[in-house]
Structures are given as structure tokens and as C-alpha cells.
Design a protein. Structure first.
Length: 200
């Protein structure tokens, strides 16, 4: 049994280089796969060797395994925060687009004297003469860009963390009230910025 354990441990030692590379390049699938291999090894051998030195080595390896788990958790939180931020930006851009459409309508139906005041306010706010087409086109383009960025971030989250992108999470992200999204985000832990010491 000891020779089998040593052979597996040596293979795991080689795999550690892949773990370190996965951390460096932020490779979620690679890190998850290596984490599973390490967990399987530890589950198979913890308490089986009967030797104090070997058990100590396995305990150290379990601690490193926990640090990898913490790194992955931090990455997930970072990705989730990013998705929520992009959803908020999209909602705000959509709100501004609707405001632009309403502003155009108001100017078009307003009496001439009020139109002049509204155009003056517009120039003061935006720095260019009111042009319905330009206002509409620019607001629409910003909303479309933020929508694409949100969908891309959500797709990345779902690809890297399919087991955590649940119906409940989708439901929370579909909220149309920015305050509701901000409140939810405030309840989430912040991702850790440190990249743990993973030297073997």
C-alpha cells in the first residue's frame, strides 16, 4: 500500500505545476479538475498510511486543497460581482434610453416657447444642440452595448460555474429594479484579492 500511495503522491506532485499554472492564468476548469483529483486522492489515503510523517504530509496537502477551494470561491464571487455590475449598467442604460425617447416626444409636442427652453436645457446638459435622431441613436447604442457586455459576462459565468448558475441566481439577475440588485450585491462577500501561496 505504501508504494501505491507514494506513486500516486508523486503523480500529484507533478500535477501541482498545473495547479500553479491554472492560478496564474485564471483557468477555472483546470483548477476545478485538479481540485477534484486532489480531493479524491486525500479521501482515498487520509488515515490509511499508518505513518505519522505520511499523515502529516497528507494534512498539509489537505490545507493546500482548502486554499485552492478558497481561490476558486474568490474567483466565483469576482465573476458574480462583475455580472451584477454589468446588469446594473444595462438597466441604467435602458432607463436612459426610455428617458431619451420621452424627451424627444415632449419636445415634439411642446409649445414653441417651451421647446426653446427644453432645447436650452438639453444643450446645457449634453453639450450639443438637440437632435432627436442623434439622441435616440446614441442612447440606443449605449443600451445595446451594455446588454451585450452583460450577456457575455453571464455566459462566461455559466460556462465556468454551471453548477452555481441556478434558476434562483437567474431569477435574481432578472430583477429590473437597480436598488434590488444593489441590495443583493451588498449581501455577497467581496472576493479576496490575494492569490494564496500555493507552493508545494
Amino acid at each position: 500500500m505504501r508504494s501505491e500511495l507514494i506513486a500516486e503522491y508523486m503523480a500529484l506532485h507533478e500535477r501541482w505545476k498545473s495547479v500553479q499554472r491554472g492560478v496564474q492564468i485564471h483557468d477555472v476548469p483546470r483548477l476545478k479538475l485538479n481540485l477534484k483529483v486532489m480531493r479524491d486522492f486525500l479521501d482515498r489515503w487520509q488515515g490509511e498510511s499508518g505513518e505519522l510523517a505520511t499523515e502529516r504530509t497528507l494534512s498539509e496537502l489537505r490545507a493546500k486543497n482548502q486554499r485552492i477551494t478558497a481561490v476558486l470561491e474568490s474567483w466565483f464571487l469576482e465573476a458574480l460581482h462583475r455580472v451584477i455590475d454589468k446588469r446594473l449598467r444595462w438597466l441604467i442604460a435602458e432607463h436612459r434610453f426610455r428617458f431619451a425617447v420621452e424627451y424627444i416626444s415632449v419636445i415634439q409636442v411642446a409649445p414653441r416657447i417651451l421647446q426653446a427652453q427644453l432645447r436650452g436645457l438639453f444643450f446645457h446638459e449634453f453639450g450639443y444642440e438637440f437632435c432627436a435622431e442623434r439622441l435616440y441613436r446614441e442612447a440606443e447604442a449605449v443600451a445595446d452595448r451594455h446588454e451585450r457586455e452583460y450577456k457575455k459576462a453571464l455566459s462566461t459565468l455559466a460556462t465556468d460555474w454551471p453548477e452555481r448558475v441556478t434558476t434562483e441566481l437567474h431569477s435574481r439577475l432578472c430583477a429590473t429594479n437597480p436598488r434590488q440588485l444593489r441590495r443583493w450585491k451588498a449581501t455577497l462577500p467581496m472576493p479576496s484579492l490575494s492569490l494564496w501561496n500555493l507552493a508545494l
